[in-house]
Design a protein around this ligand. Sequence first.
Ligand SMILES: NC(=O)c1ccc[n+]([C@@H]2O[C@H](COP(=O)([O-])OP(=O)(O)OC[C@H]3O[C@@H](n4cnc5c(N)ncnc54)[C@H](OP(=O)(O)O)[C@@H]3O)[C@@H](O)[C@H]2O)c1
Length: 345
Amino acid sequence: MKTLVVLGAPGTMGRRVVALARRELEGVEVLAASRRGTAVGDARGLALDLHDRAGLERALARGDCTVVNTVGPFDYDPTPLVSACVASGSHYVDLAETPAFLAAVARAAREAGAAERGVVLVPGASTTPGLVELLAQAWAERPEVTGVDAWLSLGSRNPLGTGMLLGLLRPLGRDDDAGARWFRGTVTRPGGDGRRYGRYPAGFPAEGLRLGPRSVPVRFFVGFDRALLVRGLSAAAPALAALPDRALARVARVALPAARAVSRLGTPRGSLVLEALGAPGARVEVVAEREGLDVPAAPALWVASTLQRGHVRARGCVALRDVVPLAEAAARLRGAGRVVRGIEP
Ligand SMILES: NC(=O)c1ccc[n+]([C@@H]2O[C@H](COP(=O)([O-])OP(=O)(O)OC[C@H]3O[C@@H](n4cnc5c(N)ncnc54)[C@H](OP(=O)(O)O)[C@@H]3O)[C@@H](O)[C@H]2O)c1
């Protein structure tokens, strides 16, 4: 790989991906792509719209590129972007979390003949579904595990962008697949540290998470370090769910300065805890004392560096767990200063 194109580079997650890429990928040019083409740090800016297939093909014609798509919320049609990547032989990674977007990437990749052309696409290479599924492989050989509960607690002192705030607010109060409502009511994690959480969509297809050769259901809980914030979001959920998407986007833009001001009262500490159902005490835990948003940004770089080393045998649209081994992910998290429990060093 000669070039890493980070789409949405000036955004909150994009900046992190660019910074990690500058640190971790030697001999690779990092381009900061967005509609305005703003440079990020010492990464050159590139004006590019992910809906403009012809523009994308021109930009990727330089060859030997990997594209990391951080442009959220992931509610658009990825076909022009995926088609341009496959046509130019560029690999593709994104931070998407919605099953509909992940399925659309897989479909577009198939239709463009990605596997036959030797192109690798890894959608969902972020906390969920990618990292949750990868960490759960700690129990791949344990048939007694019947399901996985994932608990993500965000440190509210972490910086927030519009895309992330909108992505976070959008599911609140809406119907889940079982006819209940996301984030109605809050809970604490049994045996946990007292932080509060609400149920949240996990980004997996209906059959759940792949655990070795089988699939098991996943429940995903999201919360913050401040109980008042979680209770406030739960109380606001019905009103937020009643808003059309445009109005919700306006709410996210207007609420961003307030969210940033309130965040000064929070902590930077975040954690992701996976509990195995059917195997009492089986738990995997990742704790970030600071810079917690580097955790969802990092898996895209794990994929890019594995591709750079030529270590990816899979072709076409695959999951993070097909590209990065569990032991390597744990080592990389530890190397970045995260506490990882429940996975042997
Ligand atoms: N799966 C997970 O676990 C996970 C975890 C963390 C975050 N995320 C997701 O990551 C996403 C990123 O959010 P964020 O807060 O970093 O975003 P953001 O700060 O709002 O930034 C969006 C960036 O994308 C660019 N952009 C917007 N439309 C574009 C287009 N059509 N073509 C090219 N560039 C475009 C914008 O710049 P211009 O205006 O100049 O184009 C901007 O730089 C969110 O959707 C969030 O849900 C997922």
